[in-house]
Design a protein around this ligand. Structure first.
Ligand SMILES: O=P(O)(O)OC[C@H]1O[C@](O)(COP(=O)(O)O)[C@@H](O)[C@@H]1O
Ligand SMILES: [Mg+2]
Ligand SMILES: [Mg+2]
Length: 338
């Protein structure tokens, strides 16, 4: 089938507008702004080695992480694309200490959407040409359109997300997103600069055989996680499972959603809340996982039911095939009893 017979992302966004009774097209324009920004970032990622955008900028973000040049560049590209189109009234990003109130353009403050982004996910892989990503989460504001944006517009439970998704900049570049009606994936044809629907109605396969965790931290893991890893490695039934860990959440999640698996970033003795950020990493991946028939918890409770208290708060993260996450939870509960 030649590409012109595939549905484009632009066509899909318009078609799906009908899913929303009183749609104003605002969410469609917002998704289109993300589509555009992802193409610009894709171009930069592809030529990173020759465009002097490899390496560190020499500054740290609020989480004390050294910022990579591509972290900062991707952040600027997404913020500009979103704020120039009056489609959002506020933006929060991993690379910005505080949220940004979008003022440019006369009507931005009238927009009913806020966006939370991880502009470049998997930063440790940028310099070594391993796939990285972008993660986004979209909410309707809780404050009145026209009034100043407030932190409460961002500190919403994941269950309130209007849409969420990621871009994976890998051997091919894809956008995968949901608006609560299933998960769809689109592949970029760089020669035309067009995304095509290549993965309709994505779902976790019934069973999974892959576990993804940074075993280098094994000694610091909770006993429940150590026991689950041993369970995955035991030679019985359909095990041992295969260990796969890219070190980019987007890429590890994408592979596990297609092949079947579980990704875990647990608490450690050093960081009791693990590493991943609730609002712009865990909630969007949880929305996608649940829409694809999977499950996502902090080892005990549903990620999307966690009440956020801070913009950059971290949570332990267990995400993937439903039965694999439930098995991991069994080990966490059993260890918690001891
Ligand atoms: O190197 P570690 O500790 O295993 O952490 C890897 C994890 O950290 C992350 O890189 C954090 O995301 P950022 O790169 O956006 O900060 C995830 O993508 C990845 O899964
Ligand atoms: Mg990240
Ligand atoms: Mg990041």
């Amino acid at each position: 089938m030649s590409e012109q017979s595939f549905q484009t992302l632009g066509e899909f966004i318009i078609d799906k507008q009908e899913d929303f009774m009183y749609s104003t097209g605002e969410l469609s324009r917002l998704l289109s702004a993300i589509r555009l920004a992802s193409k610009v970032v894709n171009r930069e990622v592809n030529k990173a080695g020759i465009a002097n955008i490899i390496g560190k900028v020499g500054s740290e973000n609020i989480q004390g992480e050294e910022q990579q040049k591509l972290d900062v560049l991707a952040n600027e590209i997404f913020i500009e694309a979103l704020s120039q189109r009056e489609v959002v009234c506020g933006i929060a990003s991993e690379e910005n200490d505080d949220y940004i109130e979008v003022k440019c353009g006369s009507n931005a403050h009238l927009s009913k959407y806020v966006v939370l982004i991880d502009p470049l996910d998997g930063s440790s892989n940028i310099d070594v040409n391993v796939s990285v990503g972008t993660i986004f989460s979209i909410y309707r504001r809780v404050t009145e359109p026209g009034s100043p944006v407030g932190i409460e517009d961002f500190l919403q439970k994941g269950v309130n997300q209007a849409a969420a998704g990621y871009v994976v900049y890998g051997s091919s570049t894809m956008i995968v997103y949901t608006t609560g009606n299933g998960v769809n994936g689109f592949t970029l044809d760089p020669s035309l600069g067009t995304y095509y629907l290549s993965h309709a109605n994505m779902e976790f396969p019934k069973t999974g055989k892959i576990y993804s965790i940074n075993e280098g931290n094994y000694i610091k893991f909770p006993q429940g996680v150590k026991n689950y890893i041993k369970y995955c490695q035991r030679e019985e039934d359909d095990r041992p499972y295969t260990s796969r860990y890219i070190g980019s959440l987007v890429s590890d999640f994408h592979r596990n959603m297609i092949k079947g698996g579980i990704y875990i970033y647990p608490s450690t003795s050093q960081s009791p809340n693990g590493k991943l950020r609730l609002l712009y990493e865990c909630n969007p991946m949880a929305f996608l996982a649940e829409q694809a028939g999977g499950k996502c918890t902090n080892g005990f409770e549903r990620i999307m039911e966690i009440e956020p208290t801070e913009l950059h708060q971290r949570v332990p993260f267990f995400c993937g095939n439903r039965e694999m996450v439930e098995k991991a939870e069994e080990f966490m509960a059993a260890a918690a009893e001891n």
